[in-house]
Design a protein around this ligand. Structure first.
Ligand SMILES: NC(=O)C1=CN([C@@H]2O[C@H](COP(=O)(O)OP(=O)(O)OC[C@H]3O[C@@H](n4cnc5c(N)ncnc54)[C@H](OP(=O)(O)O)[C@@H]3O)[C@@H](O)[C@H]2O)C=CC1
Ligand SMILES: CC(=O)C(C)=O
Length: 315
């Protein structure tokens, strides 16, 4: 399968479809990335905090070494974790991801969240009662370091993740580089119509994370809504003779949203990329749009009182 690309605001191209790697266990992700490359994936979404970059990197190395792909055929993203926001930690943390992945440059580096956490220790620093400890580093200062990383040649493109409109505005006001993307949760229950409209007006593409509703998120509880099993989605899938996952992925592609479903299961990896041989009708897209219900699965309510928690505005 040949995956089409989207051209970013700096002229670079990103495959509109890629593989997510959050929760992919170190013992399974190397095979998953190899399987993915074998069937046409070229875009991989990683992060330092996922704890599996070395194992993703092992697969990349193996598939370059065996001649299946070249480095320049691949699009590799990583993200700056919340405990590395201060000026002096940004570039060292980016370099740590490069070392983990075995790469000398990233295609894309994102600020993972606008909130900074207490630096210098655990990735999830907590007090005795389990409350996450914060830093007050301004994400604008982190952004200026990401800009530096571009001029150092460590990364081709830079962007944001989990930023709301007001936070993007601050980046546009104080930065020199316009972020190429804002990676946010996006699926029919939270279709992000307003954020997409606003972002496109600034030439910022949206990347949809948790496009399948993140059923393996660690805090999922029995009885929580299951997007992949929603009878309305299943009915649409049956109509097109496709799987619910394929409908949810195709939905984003038809809205020109970059989409990064995670899988470590070979059959899912292979079927999730089979989304370039059919079209959802305009009417079908409208029906999918109509499921929007502010249905956020990743709200990080435990850090709601952080001054940069992004989900307290309309979008
Ligand atoms: N920037 C950010 O803050 C965030 C970024 N992300 C990124 O987005 C990626 C995707 O989001 P994520 O939250 O992982 O969740 P997804 O919505 O991609 O769902 C992943 C789950 O769906 C299952 N699955 C995959 N394909 C199928 C299929 N065809 N049929 C049935 N089940 C399927 C997977 O199981 P299996 O593995 O067995 O196939 C896994 O349990 C992440 O992995 C990460 O890279 C995600 C959250 C936050
Ligand atoms: C999955 C992820 O990227 C989180 C929770 O930050």
């Amino acid at each position: 399968v040949q995956v089409p690309s989207v051209t970013l605001n700096n002229g670079k191209k990103i495959p509109i479809f890629g593989l997510g790697t959050w929760k992919s266990k170190p013992g399974e992700v190397t095979q998953a990335v190899k399987d993915a490359i074998n069937c046409g994936y070229r875009h991989f979404d990683c992060a330092l905090v996922y704890g599996n970059e070395p194992e993703v990197g092992a697969a990349i190395k193996a598939k370059i070494d065996d001649g299946t792909v070249k480095r320049e055929d691949l699009f590799i993203t990583s993200k700056l974790w919340n405990t590395f926001h201060s000026k002096k930690l940004v570039i060292p943390s980016l370099k740590e991801s490069l070392t983990n992945l075995g790469l000398d440059y990233l295609d894309l580096y994102l600020i993972h969240w606008p909130m900074g956490y207490k630096e210098g220790g655990e990735k999830f620093p907590q007090d005795a009662s389990g409350k996450v400890l914060y830093s007050d580093v301004d994400y604008v200062d982190s952004w200026l370091e990401l800009e530096k990383a571009v001029s150092l040649g460590l990364v081709k493109s830079i962007g944001l993740s989990n930023f709301n409109k007001d936070q993007i505005e601050r980046i546009l006001e104080h930065g020199k580089i316009v972020p190429v993307t804002n990676q946010v949760e996006c699926h029919p229950y939270l279709n992000q119509k307003k954020l997409i409209e606003y972002s496109l007006s600034k030439n910022i593409h949206i990347t949809a994370y948790s496009p399948l509703g993140s059923p393996d998120r660690p805090w999922a509880k029995p009885g929580d809504p299951l997007l992949l099993e929603d009878p309305k989605i299943v009915a649409i899938a049956q109509k097109y003779n496709k799987t619910p996952a394929q409908i949810l992925i195709r939905y984003q592609i038809q809205r020109n949203v970059i989409v990064i479903p995670k899988s470590v299961t070979k059959s899912n990896i292979e079927s999730n990329i089979q989304v370039f041989d059919f079209n959802i009708t305009d009417e079908g897209m409208k029906i999918l749009d109509s499921f929007d219900c502010n249905g956020r699965f990743l709200h990080l309510n435990a850090v709601k009182d952080h001054k940069y928690w992004p989900f307290n505005t309309e979008f």
